[in-house]
Design a protein around this ligand. Structure first.
Ligand SMILES: [Zn+2]
Length: 394
């Protein structure tokens, strides 16, 4: 597998596909990917730091931590991607295509990256003996507090609430083909971690803290065994100042090619915004906020098709309601709702007629554990998230 040298924060560091692995006894597996976006190298730097502490302190540890680098060719050029976004191509069809075709000498860019990354991850998943926890490490072009994002299964929630930063629901639903969603579909516990601005040293520190917390939450490390792990919670708590614990994404502004999208300067992640406030401009004129809320991931870099997201605070009460509904398997009532019918050939999937089921806002389906898959005309396709209450092995 490829070995590359890249510039990170002024110094040259060498990266390879497997950043490191630390294993003792049988136990859970934590897999962290850094740099799936090649301009977000700090995840790889953080992983190296954690491995070096583990190697030198040799704490009591069970299971395995594996660090994997995402887009090596893009990392070497500090670009988000070369030909296409490596974090938008993990659709079932594309993965099947990779698995059923031999590598071609004409393959390049993200085709090669995806093939190597898939092989590296499958090798780890295959040798795992306990539960697998998967964390994808990112940074953003905007400044602001770190946060976690997840596909909203109860297993993912339990893991996410171990991190003392805001939890964002519904972000993954707005984007198709992410590695996180692919791995979640395999039944592993998954979490995305957004650490802060690409070039801040605090982003590397936040990612190190997130990896330590993941190791404690998964059960690899006992609390008190490594001082860095002990300090991790304080570190993240200090970086989040009076922000809501849970937000749900209500809106995504998609940037199309040749839109000439320019974000208004100075927005930070979680900054409060008001409906009709000017957030950006493009070739059609002003881009105004669709609704009140908090802005997330405003785009201040050339590459990427997510202009910004708007999130709204969610009261913890609704999360408790949703847990209860899911334990009661309230989703069994869905086929009897007006304007809802089963998808003719996809299991756990329903077609919702928005004309009839006007009152069935997406939030109701979210409460019950569904993910919006597609909107076509007046129809919404929703599917039940698998492995909500239990993993693939029961
Ligand atoms: Zn990213």
């Amino acid at each position: 597998m490829s070995v590359l040298s890249v510039e990170v924060q002024g110094s040259t560091r060498e990266f390879q596909r497997i950043v490191g692995s630390f294993k003792r006894d049988d136990g859970p597996t934590v897999v962290c990917v850094g740099g799936i976006h090649g301009n977000e190298a700090s995840g790889v730097v953080a992983l190296k730091e954690v491995f070096s502490v583990l190697q030198s302190k040799r704490p009591s540890f069970r299971g395995e931590l594996v660090g994997v680098a995402g887009n090596l060719s893009a990392l070497s050029r500090s670009l988000r991607y070369i030909n296409e976004d490596l974090n938008r191509i993990w659709t079932p069809e594309r993965v099947r295509q990779i698995k059923t075709t031999a590598p071609s000498p004409f393959e390049d860019g993200e085709d090669v990256e995806m093939r190597e990354l898939l092989a590296a991850l499958e090798a780890v998943f295959d040798r795992s003996r306990g539960e697998v926890y998967f964390m994808d490490l990112h940074t953003s072009s905007a400044f602001g507090a770190p946060f976690v994002l997840l596909g909203d299964t109860l297993r993912n929630r339990r893991f996410a609430f171990e991190f003392p930063v805001p939890v964002i629901l519904g972000l993954e639903e707005q984007i198709d083909g992410t590695l996180l969603e692919y791995v979640n579909g395999l039944g592993h516990v998954t979490l995305g971690f957004e650490a802060g601005e690409h070039h801040q040293t605090t982003s590397v520190e936040n990612q190190e803290a997130a990896i330590w917390i993941a190791l404690m939450a998964a059960g690899n490390l006992e609390s008190g065994s490594v001082s860095e792990a002990e300090e991790a919670r304080n570190k993240l708590t200090a970086s989040v100042d009076h922000l809501p614990q849970v937000l749900e994404i209500r809106y995504r502004h998609e940037v199309k090619p040749h839109d000439d999208f320019v974000m208004q300067k100075g927005f930070r992640n979680f900054q409060k915004i008001h409906a009709r406030e000017r957030l950006a401009t493009d070739r059609h004129g002003d881009v105004l906020a669709e609704c009140d809320g908090r802005i997330l991931l405003p785009l201040y870099q050339g590459l990427g098709d997510d202009g910004f997201f708007i999130g709204r605070d969610i009261k913890p009460f609704w999360l408790r309601v949703s847990s209860l509904l899911r334990y009661l398997r309230a989703d069994r009532l869905v086929p009897w709702l007006p304007g809802v019918r089963r998808h003719p050939d996809q299991p756990n999937t329903f077609v919702v007629n928005r004309q009839v089921a006007r009152w069935l806002v997406p939030q109701i389906f979210h409460l019950l554990g569904f993910r919006k898959k597609r909107v076509t005309g007046d129809k919404i396709i929703v599917s039940r998230r698998l492995y909500d209450l239990r993993g693939p092995n029961g």
